[in-house]
Design a protein around this ligand. Structure first.
Ligand SMILES: Nc1nc2c(c(=O)[nH]1)N[C@H]1C(S)=C(S)[C@@H](COP(=O)(O)O)O[C@H]1N2
Ligand SMILES: [Mo]
Length: 425
């Protein structure tokens, strides 16, 4: 059997072989690589003529008509995990991060966290008021905002409750349950700095309070240093209008900071000289330390990474060549390095990072790996541009205790058993 034999269950028809001979050298290089990748013969499926679908010269099917708004293939099943609770309006759904390719989360799979459900807002009726310590209070329509100079930037949004399961030694069994309260999109809108300069900040202004138009009137204080740095008022997400679940028609985007401060359905910005100590920055979204005191205003999401393949709930087909891949991000800037260990943290290899690497955005890492078919524990560890290195769970617990529900960014080990099954280690 030649090298093709390890890849293909049947001989190729001769006309294809003729074509491949035309660039024989290039093909041989590729086949040699592929044959090194795969150790077990894969079997091709055949259709009812007993031939491979790719060999079938029949008439083919007349497909469906053009459509005004597209949908994915009915064969694709990736979906958000929705909770089985009494009040699904006051809940969260999770992004299936192990089923996502690259760094962008499709809008339909962006995680959701609502405290009072998703309001239905007619953009023509919506207003954004900017008032308080400003020279010229503004009352803006969505159309006004869309006339202003715009920018598009790729950023993650992560609930600070994400990975909360990982405070317990057991941890969650798969990527979605452990880390699915995070997503990454290209957001389009205007810089908040532009609007604040238009309103004219008074000298004593130091903070702003942002408020949403949903029933809970989600309110969060934002220091002006951050508001004037990289915050945005966004109206679009991955090239189309922001989804109702993400805050249609307007959302405050505070890049790299905990999800809660990214106020959806934004309707008011009040400029102030002090923080407001709102419900969601005092009774919640604070870190309860071992001494019983709470840390307030723990905004940035620190560097995190995890392997998405192979990960909990998946099964490897057998010993041989694989690509380990996963996601990393940091709320403090760019990811500069992701290391992968396949021996439970004894030794580490540097993974390849997908270019371009954006600041405060998902970063895809990949590493070719040959599995010898024995029990192994794989894990990843991210470093960001500030030099910060993602801690292990033990290191995190040593510095923060176990009282906190929020901001768990510990490394996540997965155990691969000899039968190929992957579980939480
Ligand atoms: N107005 C409003 N903004 C909100 C919320 C909310 O319930 N109401 N939830 C917050 C929380 S806790 C998170 S984690 C993020 C979730 O954003 P997403 O639903 O777009 O994923 O939105 C934040 N902004
Ligand atoms: Mo959140």
């Amino acid at each position: 059997m030649n090298t093709f034999g390890t890849l293909l269950s049947k001989q190729m028809p001769s006309r294809f072989v003729t074509i491949s001979l035309m660039s024989e050298q290039a093909h041989r290089r590729r086949f040699l690589q592929l044959s090194a990748l795969l150790t077990a013969a894969t079997s091709c499926s055949t259709n009812n003529t007993g031939r491979d679908p790719a060999e079938d010269d029949g008439p083919g099917q007349l497909g469906k008509a053009v459509s005004a708004y597209g949908d994915r293939s009915p064969f694709e099943k990736a979906k958000r995990l929705t909770p089985d609770v009494k009040n699904p309006q006051v809940a969260s759904s999770r992004t299936p991060l192990a089923d996502i390719y690259g760094i962008i989360t499709p809008n339909s799979l962006h995680f959701e966290r609502h405290h009072s459900g998703v309001p239905s807002i007619d953009p023509a009726q919506h207003r954004l008021m900017i008032h308080g310590m400003v020279d010229r209070p503004l009352m803006l329509t969505v159309a006004d905002i869309k006339r202003l100079p715009s920018t598009s930037r790729v950023h993650f949004v992560e609930c600070s409750g994400n990975s909360g399961s990982e405070w317990s030694a057991k941890g969650a069994p798969d990527v979605m349950r452990a880390h699915g309260l995070a997503s990454c999109c290209e957001w389009t809108g205007v810089s908040l700095k532009l609007l604040l300069e238009e309103a004219g900040l008074k000298r004593e202004a130091k903070w702003l309070v942002a408020e949403g138009a949903d029933a809970c009137k989600m309110s969060r204080s934002v220091p002006l240093t951050k508001a004037l740095d990289d915050a945005m008022i966004v109206y679009a997400q991955n090239g189309e209008a922001i989804r109702p679940e993400q805050g249609y028609p307007l959302r405050l985007l505070v890049p790299g900071w905990e999800g809660n401060i990214n106020v959806k359905w934004l309707r008011r910005i009040k400029v102030t000289d002090t923080a407001y100590y709102t419900k969601d920055e005092t009774s919640k979204y604070t870190e309860l330390m071992p001494d019983g005191k709470s840390w307030l205003f723990t905004w940035p999401m620190d560097a995190k990474s995890f392997v998405t393949y192979p990960s909990g709930g998946q099964k490897l087909a057998g010993a041989g060549q694989y690509e380990i891949t996963g996601l990393a991000w940091s709320g403090r800037g760019k990811i500069t390095k992701v290391e992968v260990s396949v021996d439970g943290g004894k030794t580490w290899q540097t993974a390849n990072l997908q270019e371009p690497v954006f600041s405060k955005a998902f970063t895809r890492f990949r590493l070719p790996w040959k599995w010898d078919g024995t029990d192994v524990t794989i894990t990843s560890r991210a470093t960001d541009e500030t030099g910060y290195v993602q801690p292990s769970r033990d290191e995190l617990v040593a510095s923060r205790g176990k009282n906190s529900n929020y901001h768990n960014n510990a490394t996540k080990p997965w155990k691969i058993a000899a039968d190929g099954s992957v579980t939480n280690a």
